[in-house]
Design a binder for this molecule. Structure first.
Ligand code: IPE
Ligand code: IPE
Ligand code: MG
Ligand code: MG
Ligand code: MG
Length: 324
């Protein structure tokens, strides 16, 4: 058990931590995604992966890698070991955003302050760029992870990435999201669901939670965390993933287009089942408050290095209190 010291809290500069990790991740992504033929496909891929984004999932992956207490690797070696996985996660995430914005799904025109991928490259290329990114992510994890990690371990992590992304994870969650779209009133009047959050959790844990859970788990797994540590990290990241999507639901109502970089008010307009459309703003804020307390408590019980423990706390708070 380790509660962070007041000292480490006060000396830890979270803004610098985020900025440094973002530079590292973006430099690596840029190197992995060198433009080739067909030009339009690679332009489309680079457009959605490289420009903008908080990089929260990739930073989470690096941070849980750094959190594992071990003697064999320096901080820099840990980062280099986990970086390909962190980049693979950003590729999957970018793919999910490209597809999520398509007219067949959320039909959005603005993402990260720019026109969505299909608005620039057309729907066909947007679909295909997403397909390519799925495979590029697996390729990156399998071929770029340093050889000091056993192929067995890399295969385990790659398998988990496939599960988190596919029908049992993100893709399944997106399907639940679509299935429940337009049914807010029905769910309210039918009762049951209004008092029972299981439908929302089914959607949120799938479409958003699965990749966030993988992000936290994979960094620690690659660095050799024990099953006990991985179990604790999973519990924490389930709270983080749920809170992250609930905060996104809230931002759709409270955010402005400039800071969000995407069009607000879309959930209400599309009659999406979100925390806010089902339970209202006040209840949503209260749920977030509870999740913040729960997540912080779980971190108190996590046996890990002091600075990464502080970074994980801040990441949870950032996920909940962010403005974009
Ligand atoms: C947006 O994710 C999609 C959701 C799962 C809510 P982010 O809010 O992490 O998007 P970027 O990467 O920072 O643009
Ligand atoms: C997106 O959820 C989840 C995935 C991309 C998998 P949202 O549809 O709420 O995300 P935004 O609001 O468009 O970023
Ligand atoms: Mg969506
Ligand atoms: Mg969307
Ligand atoms: Mg949203």
């Amino acid at each position: 058990m380790q509660t962070e010291s007041a000292h480490s809290q006060s000396t830890f500069d979270f803004a610098t931590y985020l900025a440094e990790k973002r530079v590292l991740i973006e430099r690596e992504l840029d190197a992995y995604l060198i433009s080739k033929e067909p030009k339009m496909l690679w332009e489309s891929i680079r457009y959605s992966v490289l420009e903008g984004g908080k990089r929260l999932r990739a930073i989470l992956c690096l941070t849980t890698g750094l959190a594992v207490i071990q003697e064999k690797l320096s901080t820099d070696e840990v980062v280099q070991t986990v970086l390909p996985c962190a980049c693979a996660i950003e590729m999957i995430h970018a793919m999910s955003l490209i597809h999520d914005d398509l007219p067949a799904l959320d039909n959005d025109d603005l993402r990260r302050g720019k026109p969505t991928n299909h608005k620039v490259y057309g729907e066909a290329i947007a679909l295909l760029a997403g397909d390519a990114l799925l495979m590029l992510a697996c390729e990156t994890l399998l071929t770029k992870t340093p050889k000091l990690i056993s192929m067995d371990s890399i295969a385990t992590v790659t398998n988990e990435l496939c599960r988190a992304t596919g029908a049992e994870g993100m893709v399944g969650g997106q399907v639940y999201d679509l299935e429940f779209t337009g049914r807010v009133e029905q769910l309210r009047t039918e009762g049951g669901i209004a008092s029972d959050t299981s439908t929302l959790e089914l959607i949120h844990r799938g479409k958003t939670g699965a990749l966030i859970k993988f992000s936290a788990w994979s960094g620690a797994k690659l660095i050799g965390a024990s099953d006990k540590e991985l179990g604790q990290i999973n519990k924490f990241s389930e709270v983080l993933g749920l809170a992250f999507q609930i905060a996104d639901d809230l931002l759709d109502v409270t955010g402005d287009v400039k800071s969000l970089g995407k069009t607000p008010g879309k959930d209400q307009a599309a009659n999406k089942v979100t925390w806010v459309t089902l339970f209202g703003e006040e209840e949503t804020r209260s749920r977030l408050k509870h999740l913040e307390a729960e997540g912080l408590e779980l971190l108190d019980n996590l046996d890990c290095a002091s600075e990464p423990a502080t970074a994980l706390r801040r990441l949870l708070q950032y996920a909940i209190h962010r403005s974009n």
